[in-house]
Ligand binder design. Structure first.
Ligand code: SF4
Length: 398
């Protein structure tokens, strides 16, 4: 990963991932199907400008903006699920007022910024078409834009010196980096599913062995000592776990599909057992196989590599810190291979293809980033699943 060390003026360093390029394709994808948040100060810069008065005349029936009850942040109006400011795939604030007047979330996209004790990690969103295609200039060349943005914009995700692994156990920032490095190495050697499972086991062990530590954050040295003596038996993935995980995954997929626009209430059953699924995600009714068949199907090496690259990028951009605890983030990542296989295969089925193509894979990764990073509609499901795992295994391991 590249560290910009030539030009840092702020007290914080900014880190960019290697091998990622971006140049906006003006597809308008980031201006549709979600709410665009704008803060009050930003809107006040626009409110009495001739531009907004013109917009109000153009859309007399629509609100330009709606503010939440605390009145500090609001959302821009929408027309047919498009941002009200979108015209022919171009942002009218940008074209009429200039980039600096756009809401911060729009100026930031497709970057995903996480503030840490080491500096800002400027990861990227796979929801962006240009990132999916990896075309344009190296993302590190956007450093001046990011610096300018950071003069007024505070990243939503802020990690401090103490990181919560679970509700009961915390580690220092260095301790977290130690675990993250270990996890990334395991992803390389054993794949995402086994690596996250092993790390979840390690955290549960830490919770059991380190329970006398109390509220103190565990340091790297303490962690190494705790994990080396006395050795605990590794976590076993019993048969029930797979069944439970498939059922849970199918419930989550069915909720996502309900959310995506289809009002088919039998989705959970269809996804678990196979059948005919009506979904806006695929724009038509498709015949799908049971989830287990999809998940066990063979994936060509290049597609597996693309998926692994995505997961390693998630870890690099500190995705695990964006949930209530690292453990909840790990549970989410542990489910990703199931969701990935299911959506990539469903995408292939929906276009009546014979072989999976890279487009199926990239579209699927974009969808996963949308659902689990940007919209995070189901964080509490993962939290509940994680708590169940911790309780179950603490009993088994004691
Ligand atoms: S999704 Fe990416 S490529 Fe498309 S308009 Fe947004 S920033 Fe540009």
């Amino acid at each position: 990963m590249e560290k910009d060390d030539k030009n840092i003026q702020e007290e914080k360093d900014i880190f960019f991932p290697e091998g990622y390029c971006h140049e906006c394709l003006q597809c308008g994808k980031c201006c549709r199907n979600w709410q665009i948040v704008i803060d009050k100060n930003k809107y006040q810069q626009l409110i009495n400008t001739p531009f907004i008065l013109k917009m109000k005349k153009k859309f007399p029936e629509s609100d330009m903006v709606k503010f939440y009850s605390d009145q500090e942040v609001g959302v821009l109006g929408e027309i047919n699920n498009n941002c009200i400011m979108l015209d022919d795939n171009l942002c009218m604030i940008h074209s009429e007022m200039g980039c600096d007047f756009k809401p911060d979330v729009c100026r930031k996209f497709p970057f995903v910024l996480t503030s840490t004790p080491d500096g800002i990690y400027a990861g990227v969103s796979y929801h962006c078409l240009s990132i999916q295609r990896n075309k344009g200039i190296r993302v590190s060349e956007y450093i001046q834009d990011i610096k300018k943005l950071l003069e007024t914009f505070k990243p939503k995700y802020q990690a401090d010196n103490i990181i919560k692994l679970t509700d009961n156990i915390s580690v220092t920032w260095e301790g977290y980096l130690f675990l993250e490095k270990q996890l990334t190495d395991w992803v390389d050697t054993t794949g995402v599913s086994d690596a996250t499972w092993k790390m979840m086991g390690m955290i549960i062990s830490l919770g059991i062995i380190g329970e006398n530590i109390g509220d103190k954050a565990i340091s790297v040295n303490e962690m190494e000592n705790l994990l080396s003596s006395p050795p605990l038996p590794p976590l076993k993935r019993e048969r029930w776990f797979h069944e439970y995980q498939f059922e849970y995954a199918s419930s989550i997929l069915s909720i996502l599909e309900l959310w995506a626009g289809s009002m088919e209430e039998r989705n959970a059953d269809i996804i678990l057992k196979g059948g005919s699924l009506q979904s806006d995600s695929f724009e038509k009714e498709i015949e799908i196989k049971p989830i287990e068949e999809y998940v066990k199907s063979h994936l060509q090496e290049e597609f597996q590599t693309e998926f692994d690259k995505y997961v390693k990028h998630l870890l690099w951009r500190k995705y695990l810190l964006t949930y209530d605890t690292v453990f909840t983030g790990l549970v989410t990542v542990n489910f990703l291979p199931i969701f990935f296989m299911w959506y990539a295969n469903a995408s292939l089925t929906a276009r009546d293809g014979r072989e999976m193509e890279m487009d199926d894979v990239k579209t699927t990764l974009g969808l996963l980033d949308l659902y689990f990073h940007h919209l995070r509609l189901l964080g509490r499901f993962f939290r509940r699943f994680g708590k169940g795992l911790i309780d179950q295994h603490e009993i088994l391991m004691r």
